[in-house]
Design a protein around this ligand. Structure first.
Ligand code: NDP
Length: 309
């Protein structure tokens, strides 16, 4: 009977306790699920990087650390972690991100802000172009990037996508590697960042790459704050080269009250709500991974420690 340590904090424990038990029972896993065990008695750790557990060395029999978040930048560099690490991929995360990204892209595409600013009786027609005339570049073609591509493509946006490895995906013009990035950006009306934060992606949108975008482009970042060089983005916004940036994630969260993003009319800040792991579906993913590990099968969504995602 595996001992499963829940190490994601007391608030998450309240939320996850019941769905996890339900999912583990449904998967037929007799288990002991708790927030405290002697470290050398733990078989699996359900984890969030905000946890107080930061030293994995005493967890000598632990077969896997199962992260509740999609992003692993807060744990992947932990040198004490020698156990296999899996990240979260779940239906709720995908669906939430698809809805958020589609909504933000459409807001800018339809120029909804223009009409909101004219509700005092200003009859000022401005017909938006069709989606087919507004290419969207998706930086990151993983679980979330591809899910968003499905929805945006169905509306009619021409799609360009960038990833580390070459990819062939229906309905997306794909690019890879550093040279591919400039090409991918060169015809994008909107850029959506759905990359993990790693040493290779930090400050990916900087003065040089922002300059590769057509004038008037819009940035939508639900990926990670560190993907963007903030000073370069603010300069591009001030120069009017970038029309608007909708940002959900920041180097420092909560975003400090005096950060220039708050006061900039060309920036919309949302407080890291683009998509959240949903307890019911995420618990099923955790249970499935424990079933797999118990059966000696490879973990789903295992993190490549070298690549950092
Ligand atoms: P995946 O690991 O499935 O996809 C990551 C994508 O990024 C892959 O296409 C990968 O390329 C690409 N990539 C990674 N490194 C590079 C690089 N150096 N150059 C080019 N492409 C690169 O991740 P998800 O789609 O599940 O999640 C993406 C990110 O979204 C998470 O890491 C997290 O930071 C963020 N997120 C934000 C949330 C929010 O609420 N704001 C919620 C959930 C996630 P390849 O395909 O070649 O491997």
């Amino acid at each position: 009977m595996p001992n499963i340590l829940f190490a994601a904090g007391p608030r998450m424990w309240e939320t996850y306790r019941s769905p996890l038990k339900t999912a583990l029972d449904a998967a037929g896993i007799a288990h002991d699920l708790r927030t405290d065990f002697a470290p050398d008695q733990v078989d699996y750790i359900v984890y969030a990087p905000s946890s107080t557990l930061q030293d994995f060395r005493p967890y000598t029999r632990t077969k896997a650390v199962l992260n509740l978040w999609a992003g692993v930048e807060g744990i992947v560099g932990n040198d004490t972690l020698t156990q296999p690490l899996a990240r979260m991929v779940d239906h709720g995360l995908r669906q939430g991100m698809t809805e958020w990204v589609t909504g933000q892209v459409l807001r800018h595409h339809l120029d909804i802000d223009y009409f909101l600013a004219r509700q005092s009786g200003d009859w000022a027609p401005k017909v938006p172009p069709l989606a087919q005339d507004r290419p969207v570049a998706l930086l990151g073609l993983g679980e979330l990037g591809q899910a968003c591509a499905g929805a945006l493509g169905a509306i009619g946006f021409p799609l360009r996508g960038w990833s580390r490895n070459p990819k062939s995906l229906p309905g997306i013009e794909t690019f890879h590697g550093p040279r591919g990035l400039t090409e991918c950006l060169s015809q994008a009306a909107t850029v959506v960042l759905l990359l993990p934060l790693t040493p290779s992606t930090e400050n990916l949108l900087n003065a040089t790459t922002l300059a590769a975008l057509p004038a008037g482009a819009v940035i939508v970042n639900p990926g990670r704050g560190g993907l963007i060089d903030d000073a370069a983005l603010l300069a591009a916004l001030d120069a009017g080269r970038i029309t608007h940036a909708t940002l959900d994630v920041f180097r420092q969260e909560p975003l400090p009250a005096d950060h220039p993003y708050w006061a900039n009319p060309r920036v919309t800040v949302t407080p890291h709500i683009a998509s959240e792991t949903r307890p019911d579906t995420a618990s099923q993913v955790i249970a499935e991974n424990i079933v797999r590990a118990e059966a000696g099968q490879p973990l789903l969504h295992r993190v490549d420690r070298e690549q950092g995602y």
